[in-house]
Ligand binder design. Structure first.
Ligand code: SF4
Length: 361
């Protein structure tokens, strides 16, 4: 496979590792990979084991399932208990614990819950089940939002009355603002998400270099992509010249995907949003615009959802902020493992705890 093979070349990887070792400063340097897919790739390819000890790779809040608050899951669970509704969800949300149940448990108790692979799959369920109202659990970052927006637009064009979205979409730049300003982290650089950047481009990240002096690299997901981004981040650290580099031009255009951005703008508007373990961040989420309110499950079928309860021992919040690694959570690999997850970070295929469990350190 063209890119897979080219970007996994062992000789090039060795030369990049040498370059990193030659240029690493004589102090600890912390880089954060924001995206859950990067976290998985870093563990799958053993990248940490290749790096000098004083380079720390911290995992950030870039797994959409992990940052979805418990109250969202509790709302989804409440809807699933009403026989009028069929819940359509991505598989990753199925086993995420709510306050006292999960969608998997509700399905075992008879809830009508279906796993779909796209928002359009949920729309199709609604077409094929006119006797039910299908609620799609629409979470995700900029990567997923255009597909959710498309489903809402199609539903409106078809004048569908039995489809809506429990929407929990989030946007990445403003959570990076919180992390960039965190005195706990002292980030020397950011490995920025390739998929999100394919939609939003380079511009929305510029403030990280100009306001916070943090070097940034938009990065792909193969071993050479990641090693090269670390080498370039070190160059910028050493020269004291922070920039936002697009190192993934085979996928990311500097101005992103303007059609996808226009679609997001048309259907959603910015709102403050709650992030699991991080709290409320101004303008870091989106809501469905008034024009499409009929397809907003929360407005069409309002319910009371008490504040969510998290297991008292779960440290997902600190894991998501990069303050601790999963190994520092006392429940890791004991009470909490993929077959019996206590926090969302152990459930999701992009979760940091799941990556540590699957691949070790
Ligand atoms: S190991 Fe489990 S309990 Fe601990 S932080 Fe991760 S998900 Fe939460």
């Amino acid at each position: 496979m063209k890119y897979k093979d080219e970007f996994s070349d062992p000789a090039l990887a060795s030369s990049l590792v040498c370059r990193i070792k030659e240029t690493v400063p004589d102090r600890e340097v912390s880089f954060m990979e924001v995206c859950g897919t990067h976290t998985m790739a870093i563990h799958r390819y053993g990248i940490k084991s290749l790096l000098p000890e004083n380079i720390r790779l911290l995992s950030g809040p870039g797994c959409p399932v992990c940052v979805t608050p418990v109250s969202y899951m509790d709302a989804a669970i409440q809807y699933s208990r009403d026989p009028c509704f069929m819940i359509a969800t991505f598989g990753d949300l199925f086993r995420v614990p709510g306050s006292d149940s999960s969608l998997a448990m509700e399905k075992a108790l008879g809830g009508d819950i279906k796993i779909v692979y796209s928002p359009l799959g949920a729309l199709d369920l609604a077409r094929r089940n006119p006797e039910k109202h299908v609620i799609f659990l629409g979470i995700g970052f900029e990567t997923t939002l255009p597909a959710i927006a498309s489903a809402i637009v199609y539903a409106k064009e078809e004048d569908m009355d039995n489809f809506s979205v429990l929407f929990g979409g989030k946007t990445v730049p403003n959570v990076l603002r919180v992390l960039a300003g965190s005195p706990d982290l002292k980030l020397a650089g950011l490995i920025l998400p390739g998929h999100v950047s394919a939609i939003i481009g380079v511009e929305p990240y510029r403030f990280l270099a100009s306001e916070f002096s943090i070097p940034c690299a938009i990065t792909g997901f193969e071993p050479l992509d990641i090693l090269f981004s670390i080498a370039r981040l070190l160059d910028m650290v050493n020269k004291g010249r922070p920039e936002v580099l697009n190192l993934y031009p085979r996928t990311v255009k500097d101005d992103g995907n303007t059609r996808a951005c226009d679609l997001i703008q048309r259907v959603f508007c910015p709102v403050d949003s709650d992030w699991r373990g991080i709290g409320r961040i101004p303008e870091s989420g989106l809501a469905i615009r008034e024009e499409f309110a009929r397809y907003d499950a929360a407005r069409r079928f309002p319910i009371e959802v008490p504040p969510g309860k998290v297991h008292p021992g779960c440290r997902c919040g600190e894991v998501l902020k990069g303050v601790i690694t999963p190994l520092e959570c006392p429940l890791f690999g004991k009470a909490c493992h993929p077959e019996s997850p206590i926090g969302a970070c152990m459930v999701s295929s992009e979760g940091t705890c799941a990556a540590y469990y699957k691949y070790g350190t």
